[in-house]
Design a binder for this molecule. Structure first.
Ligand code: DQA
Length: 165
């Protein structure tokens, strides 16, 4: 399985560090990207890291990932609670998807308790702050490792023993 992972960030996450720091903390998205890249190297993953305020761009990246990647880490931000289109795009991917929320959405307004994306996510991380991205990457690496075909055993000797003289 491909070790390429897409890290996708939804609307307003470009304001991370400036927007509601009491909820989302002081780290910027650039800080999060730098940390993800460092960890990805340690885990042997290749990263594409994107953010957009436009739903269609996120969908286009999911389609791109579908062709090339081994997994997606997505913080769909407000689209989590509204976007059937992002759900459908993710549902067309045959690899692990981890949903990340910086805040604990379950402790917030009731409209944040529903996630369309969770319907297709292998796992969900919420309320761990930006640390959740690293945890999600570690989990994706493990899922990708587990999906690798069993350690290469040369089939030739076994076949040899079955051949007629
Ligand atoms: C968020 C939670 C969403 O409800 C919110 O709309 C966001 C960020 C989070 O990371 O905690 O923009 O996804």
């Amino acid at each position: 399985m491909s070790r390429l992972v897409y890290v996708l960030n939804g609307p307003n996450l470009n304001l991370l560090g400036k927007r509601q720091p009491h909820i989302y903390g002081h780290e910027t998205l650039a800080d999060v990207e730098a940390e993800c890249r460092e960890l990805a190297e340690e885990l042997g993953l290749e990263l594409r890291f994107h953010q957009s305020n436009a739903e269609h761009r996120i969908i286009d990246w999911i389609h791109e990932a579908r062709e090339t990647a081994g997994g997606i880490l997505i913080n769909p931000a407000a689209f989590t609670h509204t976007s059937v289109a992002i759900l459908d795009a993710l549902d067309a991917c045959g690899f692990p998807i981890i949903e990340v929320h910086i805040s604990n959405v379950h402790r917030r307004e009731s409209f944040r308790h529903r996630s369309y994306v969770s319907l297709v996510a292998s796992g969900v991380i919420a309320g761990f702050g930006t640390q959740g991205y690293g945890l999600a990457l570690r989990r994706l690496a493990k899922l990708i490792d587990e999906a690798e075909p069993a350690a290469a055993v040369d089939p030739a000797p076994a076949l040899d023993s079955m051949r007629q003289p």
